[in-house]
Design a protein around this ligand. Structure first.
Ligand code: NAD
Length: 257
């Protein structure tokens, strides 16, 4: 297992605010597929990107709703892994930790992370496609339609409360993420291709404001050349090892809390 360099370990140990940005790769080991391998069976002929747009929903709401129903079933049965647990532990080792996630599955919260910002919404929630107002699970379970109607607008539909391609991010979440990016002194980017904007800019913003930035991903990404160190491996193993390394460093340097 590749370890964090001595210099970066000290930066992490002395950091006042750590930001962790996670992407679909963070949930892959919990059994939630990334978009790139989300297709199976009847969905093979569609690209996920073509189903996750407002235009796709307007063209065929039932097809998009059904695809999300299948993804919801996967998310409901998914459980956090050692990497999610490591981030919960990290919260107790640093003065402030902000988890900023592009994931819509709620696994960080399920693991017990307290300060989580969801940039792309949450697949287990639904909202009105016309007004954006939240729709309760009780309302949805009472519907026998292929796609549940909106309780607010006649002829309107319910849709998943996620950010689709081409849509703007929730303002509060984006502001919180940008604030964490400029304030943090250590940034960890884990399991993201660093391609989807504006999330991909957050580690670069942190870098510009003087933070150390590391990447955890088995593959190279556009962030890799800018990162202070790239730890190539699975999020579960690398994060668990990183937090162990930090625990030992704190203990050895007499900084254990
Ligand atoms: P992405 O752009 O975040 O790509 C996945 C990345 O994870 C790749 O770089 C891959 O090399 C890396 N990876 C794969 N397995 C890994 C592991 N075990 N440990 C560490 N890294 C690993 O994700 P995407 O699939 O292109 O999706 C784009 C957007 O779609 C996401 O940002 C998210 O909003 C949404 N999405 C969410 C979920 C979810 O909530 N679990 C799943 C799929 C897509």
């Amino acid at each position: 297992m590749q370890l964090l360099s001595e210099e970066l370990l000290r930066s992490l140990g002395e950091a006042r605010h750590v930001m962790v940005l996670t992407g679909a790769g963070m949930s892959a080991e919990s059994g939630v597929p990334t978009f790139r391998d989300a297709q199976s069976g009847i969905w093979e002929k569609f690209r996920a990107e073509d189903l996750a747009t407002p235009e796709a929903f307007e063209a065929n709401p039932a097809r998009v709703w059904q695809w999300y129903e299948e993804r919801r079933a996967i998310v409901r049965s998914a459980r956090p892994h050692a990497g999610h647990q490591a981030l919960v532990m990290l919260e107790s080792l640093v003065p402030e930790l902000s988890v900023i996630t592009q994931n819509v599955d709620g696994l960080h919260q399920l693991a017990g992370s307290k300060k989580v910002t969801e940039l792309h919404g949450n697949i287990l929630r639904s909202k009105c496609h016309v007004t954006g107002r939240p729709i309760s699970a009780e309302w949805l379970s009472g519907s026998a339609h292929a796609v549940p109607p909106s309780p607010y607008v006649s002829g309107g539909f319910a849709r998943p409360d996620v950010v689709w391609f081409g849509e703007v991010l929730p303002r509060q979440a984006l502001e919180a993420a940008m604030q964490a990016a400029v304030q943090c002194d250590f940034c960890i980017s884990a399991g993201t291709t660093s391609l989807v904007q504006p999330a991909a800019s957050l580690p670069l913003m942190a870098l510009e404001h003087g933070a150390a930035v590391i990447e955890i991903n088995p593959s190279e990404t556009p962030l890799s050349p800018h990162a202070d160190q790239c730890l190539r491996g699975l999020a579960s193993e690398v994060l668990a090892s990183l937090v162990n390394q930090l625990s030992s460093w704190k203990h050895d340097s007499g900084q254990g809390r």
